[in-house]
Design a protein around this ligand. Structure first.
Ligand SMILES: Nc1ncnc2c1ncn2[C@@H]1O[C@H](COP(=O)(O)OP(=O)(O)OP(=O)(O)O)[C@@H](O)[C@H]1O
Length: 181
């Protein structure tokens, strides 16, 4: 598969923190329309890899293409609305209600109010979110993770990247995630 056609295309990537090599000669291809899981021991570099894909970090060397562009370059759309990213650590504002949160992320992704409303309605049901006007800080850990998941999905991104999405989520919803993402 050509680098421009893949959702993610990585060739011979290396990444170090100081002297410490995390990724060495790492290659992978994720075709569009597919579901791809990254498994590995704690600390092996999964989050580092995903951070590079979304343009938060950079490989030291190697080739990286995401949705046909190079993350961080103008016109690539990455980081930006083409991607939905759910970080490992919840990054929500406690003083926002769930509705505030969803509209905040939807607006950041340039979506119209009406479209955010429609998508929110679907996600509320799918993810069994708590009542709209509850503050994020008053939601449980698992509920916050589901809100975070909804925030990553609200703009219907072309590529969805989830870092440990099932932590703190009950087994039933884990199954739902598996069948929907
Ligand atoms: N900014 C940083 N500076 C130095 N070392 C780092 C930095 N970020 C991560 N590391 C180290 O790099 C290694 C890979 O970290 P990373 O978070 O990518 O692993 P992971 O596979 O996602 O782990 P886990 O499954 O435990 O979340 C770890 O040993 C971590 O301590």
């Amino acid at each position: 598969m050509m680098h421009k056609d893949a959702a993610v295309y990585i060739r011979n990537a290396t990444k170090s923190y100081g002297q410490r090599a995390i990724l060495q000669d790492f290659s992978m291809t994720v075709p569009k329309g597919s579901i791809y899981g990254v498994l590995g021991a704690s600390g092996c570099g999964k989050t580092t890899l995903l951070s590079c894909m979304v343009g938060r970090k950079k490989f030291n060397s190697g080739e990286l293409w995401v949705l046909g562009g190079k993350p961080g370059t103008s016109g690539s759309g990455v980081p930006g609305p083409r991607i939905g990213y759910m970080p490992q650590d919840i990054a929500l504002v406690g003083e926002f209600t769930i509705t505030d949160t969803i509209y905040y992320f939807g607006t950041l992704a340039n979506k119209r109010h009406s479209e955010i409303g429609e998508n929110y309605k679907e996600l509320k049901q799918l993810l069994d979110l708590p009542p709209d006007n509850r503050y994020v800080k008053n939601c449980s850990g698992g509920q916050q993770r589901r809100i975070s998941f909804a925030a990553a999905l609200i703009h219907k991104p072309e590529l969805l990247i989830l870092d440990e999405p099932t932590v703190g989520v009950d087994p039933l919803l884990r199954k739902e995630y598996g069948s929907t993402c």
